[in-house]
Design a protein around this ligand. Sequence first.
Ligand SMILES: [Ca+2]
Length: 137
Amino acid sequence: MSTNIALNKTCAQSTQWGGYVAEYGVDGNMSTQQAMAASPNDWFKVDLGYNCTIDSIDLHKVVSDRPTASDYAFTANVVDVVTADNDDAATKTHIFSPYLRTRYLRVITTTETQFIDTYEYQIYGMNIEDTVTSIVS
Ligand SMILES: [Ca+2]
């Protein structure tokens, strides 16, 4: 079963704008947001805590500040896995097929004119290590 595996997980961001800390991006509250300065190659990273498979990510972006999706890249470990299209909708779903397999995921922006300012990073997938444990026990 695929659930939001980013909820309340450990996270970090390369820069911060105002009081909009990284944790607001995974707190499950759609009225709190994280925000970074407008620097190229800014990143937001989530530690999922375990090795996971990731099916998709929903980015719930703050409309006034959003970069277009083409300004993002996703990395699992250090390997670029997706370059996105030009959809700059407030909510953008990125589907990974085949799925990613990683513990750490970074979202990077390549623009200096907009900054990553996101209400929630909803990462859907499953914890592989929990799955293995449940089979054994
Ligand atoms: Ca939030």
